[in-house]
Each structure stands twice: as structure tokens, then as C-alpha cells.
Write a protein that binds this ligand. Structure first.
Ligand code: HEM
Length: 380
């Protein structure tokens, strides 16, 4: 006789670490982190690729705006990693509930949870790999990360609506859902949540110094350190990577195209009135640092070309490759007195990797739009 195998039953999980109170406690912080990522991500997206109607009204103040929002985006994304792992560990027993599908409504709810989990894992993973500039996938990062962010936001909203009764019942230790069990917040849950808070704090502390420079001494895990790079400032794209050969200062020309076009040599550019702006360079990948930039006001160059005071401009680089070779600038940036065609960084001639002989530096702008190796300004 063939021995009978025991019936396979779905695993049963019990305990405070897998209950709705734990899911709510972690969910609160995860929800805040994901909401911060979503809001600051939208800001970054529209600052980089504004639709036509927005391009001229995007503000150039506060000067540290993009530095703050993008630093927060990456910091919240990094903090969300331990929170997401802990949350998934706390709720995974729910995924083994039996029967797996009870009704059409239940099936739809499960589908939304699948989108939520997949979206959260995808966003955090791709975002993290983007900070180290590693793209091991066949699609373009920016549009896909942006599209999945909307899916995730929608799925999270739905999740909160569906779980609202449980969330309300377990929001605090004294919430109605938790009073029935007196020992409900016993030492094991407290230890787990304290450990999670410590892990989240540790990853934040060891990475946030890449943008919040008072904590740069603790920046040991972030891919960039704000002091490491040519002239003490990081660069994302070197001159070699951009295909810009050593620029011959005698041969260099800046062309300003407008109603009264003109060309300047480097010596002529340096002989114009020079201004200093203290502005951060704030990278989309999260690092940022403030520096002293010296150069010619872009608005002065435009006025000399006969540009109207509300003109939008196009900036062209000597770069051979790359999608940021040509950049457009709305009127708020182009005519801001702090926006410079910079020739010096912290009093020294620009290093080739920082855009020698001339680069754009403007307030409240993503680093990828601070075009280096500028050769042409066009009034649009
Ligand atoms: C990216 C963010 C989030 C992810 C990936 C996520 C994931 C999950 C998953 C996979 C489940 C089990 C689903 C089920 O079978 O019903 C769940 C349950 C739950 N989540 Fe979330 N969640 C997130 C955010 C939140 C937020 C912001 C809150 C509210 C503060 C929350 C509160 C809950 C509650 C109360 C449960 C039910 C737990 C139980 O019945 O034991 N979640 N979550």
C-alpha cells in the first residue's frame, strides 16, 4: 500500500510581529517615505522636463530648492529600503491566507497589493542603482521610474483606503483595535520597531551627508562624498566621458545668437564685468554642494545680443555625446542676476571636468542642466 502523504496546508502565522498593529506602525513611516519620494520626484521631473507652459514660470528661488528636494528624495528612498523590507516581512503571512481568492472584490484587492509590492520594490531598486549610475536593464531609467511612481502612488492610495478600518483600529497603542489585548505592544514588538528605527537611522546617517554637508563626516555608504572630486567638488561626467578634448583657449569662441548676434574669445569673455554667485551644484543622484562661482551674468550676455527681457534661451555645449548636450532655460533662470556663465570655481579657473572654459550655473536647477563646456547661447 502506498503511504498517504500528509495534506499540504498553507502555513499559519501568529504573533504580534505579523499582526495589523505592526503593519500599521511600519506602514505609517513607509507611507511618509513613499509620499516624500513621490512629491519630490514630481518636482525633479518637472524641473528637468517642464511642459511648455511651465518652462517660463519655474522659479529660480529659493536657490537651494532643488538641492533640498532632491537630497530629500534620495534620503527618503534610502530610508524606505529597511522600512519596506520590514513591512513585507511583517505582512507576508497574509499572502498565504486560504483560500487565496474569495470573491471578485478580493481578487481585485490582491491584484492591487501585487502592483503595490512590485511597484515599491521596483522604484526603490532602480532608484538605488541609479545613484551609483548602474543601469543593468534595457529600458531608459527616467520615463520608466516616473511612470511606475504613478502606479505605486495609485496602488498605495487604494491600499490605504482598503485597509482604513484596520489602520484606524491600530493607529496608536490605545486605538480601539488594540485595547482588547493588553500585552499587545509587548517587548517583542517594541524591540522589533526599535531595531527597525535604528537600522533606518543608521542608513540615513551614513548616506545623508552626501547632500546635507554638516553630516559629511558620516557619509561612508553614499556613492559620493561632497569633497571628493576635481577642485574638491564631485563630477558626474568627466570631459573624457563627454568626448570633449582639451579645449584650446586661443581657439575657443562663445557665440551668442539673437537679434544682434556676436562672438567672444575667452579673453574678451574674461574682460567683461565678472560677478560672484554662491550656488549649490545639486545632482539628480542625490549629492550636492555649495560653491563660489565667478563669471559673466547670462542676462548681460543676452541683453547685449538684443534679447527681450523675458526671452527663453538654448545653451549648446561642446559635448559630443549625451542627451544634455543642448539645454533650454526658461526666462526666470536666464534673467536671474545669479545665473552665470562661470569661468571660475572657488577662485580658480575651471577644471576641464567642471566645464572649462565656461559653464552654466543657475539657482534652483538640477545639476544635469548646469551645462558644461558652453560654446553657444541662442535667444529663442
Ligand atoms: C509601499 C508601501 C506599502 C507596501 C508595499 C505595503 C504592503 C502590504 C502588503 C503586501 C500587505 C498584505 C496584503 C494583504 O494580503 O492584505 C499589507 C497589509 C497592510 N498594510 Fe500595507 N503596504 C504599504 C504601505 C502601507 C501604509 C502606508 C499603511 C498605513 C499606515 C499600511 C497598512 C497596512 C495594514 C493595516 C495592513 C493589514 C495587515 C493585517 O491585516 O495584518 N500599509 N501591506
Amino acid at each position: 500500500m502506498t503511504p498517504r502523504l500528509p495534506a499540504v496546508r498553507p502555513p499559519v502565522f501568529r504573533g504580534r510581529l505579523h499582526d495589523a498593529r505592526t503593519a500599521t506602525s511600519i506602514g505609517r513611516w513607509l507611507g511618509v517615505a513613499i509620499a516624500l519620494c513621490f512629491g519630490t520626484g514630481l518636482i525633479s521631473h518637472y524641473l528637468q522636463q517642464p511642459p511648455g507652459w511651465l518652462a517660463d514660470v519655474l522659479p529660480s528661488r529659493p536657490v537651494w530648492g532643488y538641492r533640498f528636494t532632491q537630497g530629500l528624495h534620495v534620503a527618503a528612498g534610502i530610508a524606505a529600503v529597511p522600512l519596506l523590507l520590514a513591512k513585507l516581512w511583517a505582512v507576508y503571512p497574509k499572502l498565504f491566507e486560504w483560500p487565496p481568492l474569495r470573491s471578485v472584490r478580493h481578487a481585485l484587492e490582491r491584484l492591487s497589493v501585487a502592483v503595490l509590492v512590485a511597484g515599491a520594490v521596483f522604484e526603490l531598486l532602480t532608484g538605488l542603482l541609479n545613484t551609483v549610475q548602474w543601469y543593468p536593464w534595457p529600458f531608459s531609467f527616467v520615463p520608466v521610474h516616473f511612470a511606475v511612481a504613478w502606479l505605486l502612488a495609485g496602488a498605495l492610495l487604494l491600499h490605504i483606503v482598503v485597509k482604513y478600518p484596520q489602520i484606524k483600529g491600530h493607529w496608536t497603542r490605545k486605538s480601539p483595535g488594540t485595547v482588547a489585548l493588553p500585552a499587545v505592544d509587548g517587548p517583542d514588538r517594541r524591540s522589533f520597531l526599535t531595531g527597525l528605527a535604528a537600522a533606518t537611522g543608521a542608513v540615513t546617517l551614513t548616506t545623508v551627508g552626501q547632500s546635507f554637508t554638516p553630516l559629511k563626516a558620516f557619509d561612508v555608504l553614499a556613492p559620493r562624498h561632497p569633497d571628493h572630486g576635481p577642485m574638491g567638488l564631485p563630477v558626474n561626467r568627466t570631459a573624457a566621458a563627454a568626448g570633449v578634448a582639451q579645449v584650446d583657449s586661443a581657439a575657443y569662441r562663445l557665440m551668442v545668437a539673437g537679434p544682434r548676434p556676436y562672438t567672444l574669445t575667452l579673453a574678451e569673455l574674461a574682460a567683461l564685468t565678472q560677478y560672484e554667485s554662491v550656488l549649490p551644484i545639486a545632482c539628480v543622484e542625490g549629492w550636492s554642494k555649495s560653491a563660489h562661482w565667478t563669471g559673466v551674468r547670462v542676462t548681460d550676455l543676452l541683453r547685449r545680443a538684443g534679447a527681450p527681457s523675458d526671452a527663453r534661451i538654448r545653451v549648446v555645449s561642446l559635448e559630443k555625446y549625451g542627451s544634455y548636450r543642448v539645454m533650454e532655460m526658461g526666462r526666470e533662470y536666464a534673467h536671474d542676476p545669479l545665473t552665470l556663465l562661470a569661468l571660475k570655481l572657488n577662485g580658480q579657473t575651471l577644471d576641464p571636468d567642471h566645464g572649462y572654459p565656461a559653464r552654466i550655473i543657475a539657482p534652483n536647477r538640477p545639476g544635469v542642466l548646469q551645462t558644461k563646456w558652453v560654446t553657444r547661447l541662442e535667444v529663442l
